[in-house]
Design a protein around this ligand. Sequence first.
Ligand SMILES: *[C@@H]1O[C@H](CO)[C@@H](O)[C@H](O)[C@H]1NC(C)=O
Ligand SMILES: *[C@@H]1O[C@H](CO)[C@@H](O)[C@H](O)[C@H]1NC(C)=O
Ligand SMILES: *[C@@H]1O[C@H](CO)[C@@H](O)[C@H](O)[C@H]1NC(C)=O
Ligand SMILES: *[C@@H]1O[C@H](CO)[C@@H](O)[C@H](O)[C@H]1NC(C)=O
Length: 505
Amino acid sequence: MTVKDLLLALYLCSVFSVSVGQNETPKLPLKAVNLGNWLVTEGWMKPSLFSDIPNNDLLDGTQVHFFSSKLQKFLCPENGGGTVVVANRASASGWETFRLWRINESTFNFRVFKKQFVGLENQGGGTRVVAVSSAPSDPETFQIMRNDGEKNKVRIRASNGLFLQAKSETLQVTADYEGQGWEDDNPSVFNMTILADKLQGEYQITNGYGPERAPQVMQEHWNTYITEQDFLFMSSNGLNAVRIPVGWWIAHDPNPPKPFVGGSLAALDKAFIWAQKYGLTVIIDLHAIQASQNGNVHSGTRDGYQEWGDSNIKDTVAVIDFLARRSANKPSLAAIELMNEPLAPGVNLESLKKYYQVGYDAVRKYTSSAYVIMSNRLNTSNATELLSFAGKGFDRVVIDVHYYNLFSDMFKNMNVQQNIDHVNNQRAAELSSVTSSNGPLSFVGEWTAEWEAKDATKQDYQRFAQAEINVYGRATFGWAYWAYKCEQHHWSLKWMIENNFIKLN
Ligand SMILES: *[C@@H]1O[C@H](CO)[C@@H](O)[C@H](O)[C@H]1NC(C)=O
Ligand SMILES: *[C@@H]1O[C@H](CO)[C@@H](O)[C@H](O)[C@H]1NC(C)=O
Ligand SMILES: *[C@@H]1O[C@H](CO)[C@@H](O)[C@H](O)[C@H]1NC(C)=O
Ligand SMILES: *[C@@H]1O[C@H](CO)[C@@H](O)[C@H](O)[C@H]1NC(C)=O
């Protein structure tokens, strides 16, 4: 063997060691940005993505009230579900609220407060309307017919071809109206109020466009929203990592369960190539989890109910296993985050720990060097509830906390200085409580310079962002801004850098 051969052999050896799951050790702490609204849609970040959906105010999870124009009363499943549907409520809140499951632009199931579906009794053999079925089929399927002039005036046709009617406050609602017309005393005419808090996520966009159009719309979005140019921008502006939210359906690419569409896996692969080219590392973040870990739009939920629990652990770990197996060999893999923002108390701590244990084991089957990130529960009152668990029996583990001066009444009336003080004091203390010297690392996996301070000037934003960068820079694993791109400018790190609100270099 010549010296040259020996060098070649050593070189191949080092290349080979990379290919069996040794990632380059990332330079900590990371300065990262979230590629939000790329592989997991969040409508508020780019509302126009939804504009070509027919009847796009009636997407999955949209909550509606039906007000009988004859009786001047709201429809209500008695007890919030499990029995008959009546029309005798003077005002509407939880029980009177119906969540849509969209079949197509005019056909829906209605899910009630206690999660049953409205339908015809006797598996469709009767005309009385009940809310008892736990799985929708034909008898639970209704067509909403909108009045041409007044779109919120509706009539509702049941699977027997007849219309729902509210004859009297003392009688059950029935599906036996055969007439026509839109007059106010017509018992089949309802005023449909759409509640403001609507969902615009991956389920809504893919099901809204439907199986013909959704694959094109999503592919176009993935191709254009984040490109190689963006990785160049990030690396030349002081960032060294990206956190990429993905949805559980990515593990079923190219043929995920409907309505999700294939292609996000190829986009993730491209991100790894660009990351490597521009010297960034990648955090894969399992952001949208089957059955929903928080009911929020970014969990991929259909209707906003948070239903993740012990029975979902197996499927969720399979997604982690898939992601780890496919990415362990990629040199720029920095970490895999097992679950974004589980919400207390729906996700209980014991289930979460059980899942984190098996999720960690799944990652370690393929890589010993990638970090494994365990997210704190979103609204836990005990920021250190994972600390002792994560500190025992794990290697290269990180705890993720998210800091927004938003989403709580506490921030509604804070002025500029109070917001900055809150970061310097409360946030700094909380971060320090989850940052241990020999335990798991800490990570502020989401934060933003948007806030509720009124009439804030550019200089105010600059001071606030700088305070955040100073404090979150103490996290031992690093931080990630939410997000890279967003139509609301202060949420877009790209815009904030381009407009000199934030300077990282
Ligand atoms: C919607 O679905 C229903 C039930 O499957 C079907 O009868 C109807 O023709 C569909 N409408 C459209 C516009 O596709
Ligand atoms: C329908 O409901 C909307 C919103 O609650 C209300 O503004 C409107 O006046 C109602 N229309 C009728 C005809 O009751
Ligand atoms: C967390 O949020 C849920 C849902 O909004 C709520 O029911 C629960 O009380 C909150 N828990 C804490 C500790 O704030
Ligand atoms: C927070 O949770 C940890 C782990 O369960 C526990 O040891 C600690 O006492 C809790 N702290 C508070 C303030 O409840």
